[in-house]
Structure formats: structure tokens, C-alpha cells
Design a protein around this ligand. Sequence first.
Ligand code: PLP
Length: 420
Amino acid sequence: MATAALPSQSTEDAAPAGSAPAAIAAALTRSPTTADGALLGTYRRAPETFVRGEGVRLFDSQGAAYLDFTSGIGVIALGHDDAGVRAAMQDALDAGLVHVSNLFRSAPGERLAEALVERSFADRVFFCNSGAEANEGAFKFARRWARERGGAAKHEIIALRGSFHGRLFGTVAATDRAQYRNPFRPLAGGISIAERDIEELALRLTPDTAAALILEPVQGEGGVRVLDAGFLREVRALTSERDVALILDEVQCGFGRTGSLFAHEQSGIEPDMLTIAKPMAGGLPMGAVLLREHIAQAIQPGDHGSTFAGGPFVSSVALHVLDRVSDPELLAHVAETGAWLGHELRALGERTGRVRAVRGRGFMWGLDVHMPVAGIIAAARDRGLLLLSAGDYTLRLLPPLVATREDLAYGLSILEGVLG
Ligand SMILES: Cc1ncc(COP(=O)(O)O)c(C=O)c1O
């Protein structure tokens, strides 16, 4: 029995009826899950071993080429083996310093923090090594700030239906996915899920007990759901009124993916904290929490930390990536080509009759389909296209931001062949 490249991930999907086309049925019977060897079996890995990447393409150990619409799950925003990223890595190596720890000052991390502050709402930056770590940090900062304002009772962290904020111990409690949560109960306390509904939030966000609300402006793993700008503005007004910190998780939708440097810019709101990670350092592990001064003021030495975070090597590479994803030309490309991609996906859906809904923005799209996506992903891979899931019945496309219309059109022709 074959499996998808990624585990299925939604609590919201209802199984629609529909029989699989022959290519999908064949891929499901042919494509086995590889053994994990010495690796712990936390992923269902696809059988291919990739040995090289170039732009929007990956090459496997047999020499076969694949169009990569996964970007390493939203990481490789500038494409594989990008010359600028490669040069930034080489320059950082030549500078002769990979790591010093946060006990000492180091220029690249300070410069990166300044650049992030200049290009955002934020006054301060905390570096870490992943998206889940960034959210865990934001939860701690919110509680530290809230305790000063309302004592220990003001500690609750609320996340939204359909959310994914990571799988560490605190973040899994803020992730709305039964299969990730249930095996680990009891979960961390004081963290709960609310509907994406302003009236429910008005009941839940009481100033005496709520410390923070966390949400993704575009929910990724939960099915690629673009939260309405009006809803985001109501949420901002409510959290300000109730003295609750608003944390935006742009780990997946930030850094250019939706056509602006940060996705929330398009709704005109500013959070109290923002978390970013995936594409930050060109494939190296890095995350960050961006904070406004009133939260930052509550944080004392020793409140949080990380041995590796914000080191000179990774920060030098991230400075280069930040410059590239801030480039107005690249952002315009993502916005314009992304709008075209959405139009093409809707047209593909109508032609094949196998797509129930198309959602997304920029280079982040989800397609609800009439059959489990595991088979579609395996069949597309057989034909040289790498896709993601966002739940059992939602395909997710996260192409590198540098993909051209020709690259995207080629990928869509493969997808249409599979669905048809
Ligand atoms: C929105 C969002 N937040 C947090 C995370 C967790 O990031 P990481 O896997 O780097 O811990 C992810 C990962 O997919 C994500 O999409």
C-alpha cells in the first residue's frame, strides 16, 4: 500500500465520494513506502532519494527530474541551489565564524534583527531554530507580559479551528489536529482552540484570563484557508480592547509567499508578535519572534534562550534571503503570477470536474478534491511533479517564489493529466 509524501493532516475534512482515475489507482499499488532504516519513523517518506536541486527542479538518484511544488514544505523560496544563497553561505564561511553562542555579541545577528525591525511593525527580535520554537517562544513572551498585567490568572492562549502551530509540547496543544494531539494527552494546560468566529472570540477573550490569541493569516496545514481581512481587523480590534496579545504565525505564509513580505500587511493590521521560520535562511534551520516594545519590555535575561539561535553563519544567509524576498519585483511577480495561478487552478478544476474548491493567495494554494490526495500525490510524483497535502482531501501547492508561468503551467498540465 503506497502512501502520500506527507501524513494526512486535517480534522475538518469530510470524505467526499468519487472513484480514482486509473493513474492514481496504479500509483497507489506500485509506490511503496520506503523503510526508515535507522531513522525514527515519524514520517511516511516517499521512495525517491533526491541528490540534487536546481531552481524549481529536483533530481533523484536515478537521474529523473521533478518539478518541485513543495519547496521543501515552504522553505526553498528562492529555488534550489540559488547562486545568491550559495554565495552568501560561502561568504559566511569565509568570514571564519559559524557559532559563538548568545553569551556574546555577533554582528550578523544584530544586523538581521535591525533589518527585520526596519521592514516590519516590530521593535525587537528573538531568534530560534524552527517554526514551532518561534511559537513556543511567543507563548512564553505572551504569558510573561500578561502576568505583569493581570497576575497568574491571565495566562490562557487561544488558537483557531484549523490551526497548525507546530508539534512541540506547547504548540501541539495549539494545533487543531486530533491525530497530532490525542496520543499525547494530557496536553500542556491553558491552551485551547476556538472557532474562527468573532462572536465566539468575544466570549473567550476575557481580559482577566486571556494572555494571547494566535492565528495564521493564511492557514497552511489546515487546508490553505485565507482568513478574511475584515475578520482579521475585527480580531485586532477585539484583542486590543481586551488587552490580549495578538500573535500572527507567518511561519508558512510569510516572507513573500502571498505577494507581500508579510501576509498580514494585506489586511492592514499589525500584531503584537509575529513568528517566522521556514524560508528565512535559505534552507538552514532558523526561526524568529518579532515583538513590539510593550511585550519586549516584560522580558528579562534568562526568561528564554537557545544555544544555536541567531548565530553568525545562519544570520548572514538570512540577511541575504531577507533582501531577496523584500525585492518589490519578486513580490510583484508572486502577486501577479499567483493571481494567474489561482485562475488557472479554477479552470483546471472546472475542466476535470474533480475539484470541489480552490483557495489561496500568491504562491500558496489548496485544492479540495473528490478523492484522498495520497493517490494523487503519488501519481503526480510518478509523472515528475511534487505536491503536498493539507488534509486527506486537500492538495497543497507551495512552488518556489521564483517559478515562472511556464514552470507553473507545466506542473498544472501534469496535475490535470493525473486528475483527468
Ligand atoms: C503555520 C506553521 N506554524 C508552525 C509550523 C512549525 O514549523 P516547524 O516545522 O519549523 O517547527 C509550521 C510547519 O509547517 C507551520 O506551517
